[in-house]
Design a protein around this ligand. Structure first.
Ligand code: ATP
Ligand code: MG
Ligand code: MG
Length: 406
């Protein structure tokens, strides 16, 4: 059942005394999916009080935090939720940023990262414009508002062409790969038509996708996690490997691009920066997430401090934890629903059973309501002494996933 209880503040060290730390706080989180759940689990271990706002009763985060049932795009729900929080943050960027800003002002609660940052990122077209203006390299892109601008984009970018929804995109669900002139119309239709708000991106002929998690505390301190290679399957993150198998100079360059991108946003918290590595060794920014990110899940087992703990430390203005690897190599395998209902559960359990037999592998289950094909239901982290050892362990769990890294 749902839980709408008040935060039991006296159970949390940060709410009863400052314990020598800069702030005492209840952290209010908009959204309570798997990212909120893993944030809440980290908070529970830290003695930090968290409550969260999510429309789905008994959302995944309810395992370790108090839920207010309401939508993160409902201004009244956000305003009520803000009361009693000392800082507001998100686990999803698709929130009502104006309402969050107003609620923060009305109740004197800081929003981290800032509403400006959330507003800029939640519209992927605005995000592209913002990064381009700041000199961060991005793939050529253009707004697609009607037949004429669609044809113009196709003529200038060629094929394949990536058609994208500006808003509410995740797991590639707002993307459509247009392979020929004949596919243009079906692409527009598949994404809800011109009125939905679309743009086109030139295809990035990447040799690898890289990602870097960057965390910034309230005092401006910035730390970056190792550069990760990400492998996507059907537009959804499938496997990550840290450190990425690229030369040190390229790792430094990717870190610099990621830190530059985060420097043009403001506010505290963790950011996931996705990049394309092109054949000539140059990098393009794909997008930034203003929150914990799938490419940072490995940090729960593979790094000294997880991305979830560091996000909380950052929004609280606490010292940031160590972002370095605690092992030679760390991999993550996403668990996606393979089928609806029972068959999907059986396949997931088989994979989990293999993980429990593999030394160095840890299961992270999201406890979502119902099994559905293509839905993120959990992930498996692997820690190993070396890249080869990590890949061998991955091959035991999922040979095709291991092959995709070679
Ligand atoms: P996320 O779940 O990461 O928020 P999203 O729905 O916002 O995903 P994108 O990150 O825009 O989607 O794209 C998903 C994937 O599609 C990328 O990681 C990449 O594999 C591929 N992709 C996106 N844009 C391009 C492009 N311009 N050229 C080639 N591949 C692309
Ligand atoms: Mg995205
Ligand atoms: Mg993405």
């Amino acid at each position: 059942g749902s839980r709408t209880t008040a935060v039991a503040a006296d159970r949390h060290v940060t709410a009863v005394s400052d314990a020598g730390l800069p702030r005492t706080a209840v952290v209010g989180v908009l959204g309570g999916g798997q990212l909120g759940r893993m944030m809440a689990l980290a908070a529970a271990n830290m003695g930090v009080a968290v409550k969260f706002l999510d429309p789905q009763e008994d959302a995944p985060a309810a395992v370790a935090a108090d839920q207010t049932v309401g939508h993160f795009r409902d201004a009244a729900a956000i305003s009520g939720f803000a009361t009693g929080c000392d800082v507001l943050t998100v686990e999803i960027e698709h929130i009502d940023a104006d309402a969050m800003e107003a609620a923060g002002k009305a109740s004197g609660v800081d929003v981290e990262p800032t509403p400006f940052t959330l507003r800029t990122i939640q519209d992927k077209f605005l995000q592209k414009q913002h990064f381009e203006a700041a000199g961060v390299p991005v793939a050529p892109y253009a707004e697609v508002a009607d037949e004429a601008s669609l044809q113009a984009a196709a003529a200038s970018f060629g094929f394949p062409l990536m058609l994208k929804s500006k808003r509410l995109a995740y797991d590639g669900r707002g993307n459509f790969v247009v392979r020929t002139l004949d596919d243009l119309a079906s692409g527009v239709a598949a994404l809800g038509g011109f009125s939905h708000g679309l743009y086109a991106e030139q295809w990035a002929p990447f040799v690898k996708e890289l990602a870097v998690m960057v965390v910034r505390s309230r005092d401006g301190t910035v730390k970056s996690y190792p550069v990760v290679e990400t492998i996507h399957k059907d537009n959804i993150c499938h496997v990550t490997e840290a450190p990425a198998g690229v030369p040190a100079a390229l790792q430094a360059k990717a870190t610099a691009v990621a830190e530059k991108a985060v420097a043009c946003l403001n506010g505290a918290g963790i950011f996931g920066v996705e990049m394309f590595l092109l054949p000539d060794g140059s990098l393009l920014l794909n997008e930034v997430a203003p929150r914990p990110h799938n490419s940072g899940h490995y940090t729960m087992d593979g790094c000294v401090t997880s991305q979830f703990e560091n996000h909380l430390r950052a929004v609280l203005g606490w010292p940031l934890g160590d972002t370095s690897l605690n092992c030679g190599s760390s991999l993550m395998l996403n668990m996606l629903g393979e089928a609806d209902d029972g068959e999907g559960v059986r396949i997931a359990h088989d994979l989990m059973a293999k993980a429990y037999k593999t030394p160095g592998a840890s299961v992270h289950w999201y406890d979502k309501a119902g099994m559905r094909k293509g839905r993120k239901i959990g992930h498996i982290n692997i820690v190993a002494g070396s890249r080869e050892e990590g890949r061998q362990k991955l091959a035991v769990l999922d040979p095709a996933a291991a092959d995709s890294l070679r």
